[in-house]
Design a protein around this ligand. Structure first.
Ligand SMILES: NC(=O)c1ccc[n+]([C@@H]2O[C@H](COP(=O)([O-])OP(=O)(O)OC[C@H]3O[C@@H](n4cnc5c(N)ncnc54)[C@H](OP(=O)(O)O)[C@@H]3O)[C@@H](O)[C@H]2O)c1
Length: 311
């Protein structure tokens, strides 16, 4: 008989109410996979896009689906070909597979050992679960536009999950950072070392007032007008990136980025958290039973930093 675990799952696509909590079969652990006992699962906007069914054209998608691509937890078992991780190791990872089904909002998840990094003991499971997808997105888009010391960089949505990591990584690389947010997040952005700019109509003028020559690079985590504003403000449009709208990004000549799992980069991010150059901001945690509320909060579009589900 199959063993089961407690998990959040959906049998149909739709709003937050399609999420149920109950028993699901334990994950299958392939030869080069490990089984992770999840202690915390990060919530990302992609989770509600999957829930609504929007990713069916992008990945083979199956129901019932367990949501979630981020996890931190403890290795419970290892496949016979895994030699770099052991039972009891504390790990974190961006655990997107090539299909959508067996996510992280669960007591157990299977993970390729190539997608995991070790969690230092002094970093909490909650902070660790908040880091992988958003941190890798920030790092990979900043690398796509080649941010380096001395650059002036514009970060759209600098107070959000991806943005708050991007601001801190760009600062750590020695860049000057201008970041957009609503008024209520300007003091927070200053605390991260960024110069805050209000988004909306006056954004281009406000950035020009701070950087009359324009910006060396721009990264976007909100989409829409922000992509055009990046193109208008950048000295070189090939140093603008967006993670939100591939068509519009291509139209203006920028670079569309899609985050890929990368254990080496994840280990770099973990080291930055460990040494204090990245501070993870978790706005709120929710128990597994309240996953729908966690997604509702993220869907509202105004989270500062991250939302995490504890298991
Ligand atoms: N392609 C990829 O690989 C990839 C990877 C990760 C994320 N994404 C996408 O990138 C987007 C951001 O992800 P996330 O996790 O950072 O989301 P998030 O944490 O939900 O973003 C929330 C932030 O957005 C800010 N915001 C809201 N309206 C804004 C506007 N008009 N201009 C600037 N900022 C605004 C809010 O600031 P205020 O509260 O101050 O308004 C809030 O801090 C999502 O669409 C997500 O799906 C794509």
């Amino acid at each position: 008989m199959l063993e089961t675990m407690r998990a959040v799952f959906q049998n149909t696509y739709g709003g937050p109410d399609v999420l149920q909590v109950g028993e699901q079969p334990d994950p299958i652990v392939g030869p080069d996979f490990v089984l992770v006992r999840v202690r915390a699962a990060g919530v990302n906007p992609v989770d509600f896009k999957v829930r609504e069914g929007y990713l069916q054209g992008a990945f083979p998608s199956f129901l019932p689906n367990i949501p979630g691509w981020d996890a931190a937890g403890v290795v419970e078992a290892v496949g016979p070909a895994v030699h770099d991780l052991s039972v009891g190791d504390e790990v974190l990872g961006y655990l997107r597979k090539d299909f959508v089904r067996d996510g992280t909002y669960a007591e157990l998840v299977s993970a390729s050992s190539r997608h995991l990094a070790l969690k230092p003991p002094q970093v909490s499971f909650t902070d660790a679960a908040a880091l992988p997808l958003a941190g890798l997105t920030a790092l990979q888009s900043l690398e796509a536009v080649k941010v380096h010391a001395g650059d002036t960089v514009l970060v759209h949505a600098g107070a959000g999950g991806v943005g708050h990591f991007a601001v801190q990584i760009a600062k750590a690389r020695g860049a000057r950072v201008l970041a957009t947010a609503g008024k209520g997040n300007h003091e927070y952005l200053r605390s991260l070392g960024a110069e805050p700019v209000l988004y909306g109509e006056g954004l281009v003028d406000a950035v020009r007032a701070l950087a009359p020559e324009g910006v060396d690079a721009a990264v976007d985590y909100i989409g829409g007008e922000a992509i055009r504003q990046s193109a208008e403000l950048a000295k070189n449009v090939r140093r603008t990136a967006s993670n939100v709208d591939p068509a519009l990004t291509a139209e203006v000549g920028g670079i569309y980025c899609f985050v890929v799992p990368n254990a080496l980069q994840l280990a770099q991010l973990v080291a930055m958290v460990d040494e204090g150059s990245i501070k993870v901001n978790v706005q709120e945690t929710f128990a597994l039973e309240r996953a729908a509320d966690a997604q509702r909060l993220v869907e509202g579009g105004h989270v500062r930093g991250k939302v995490v589900i504890t298991v």
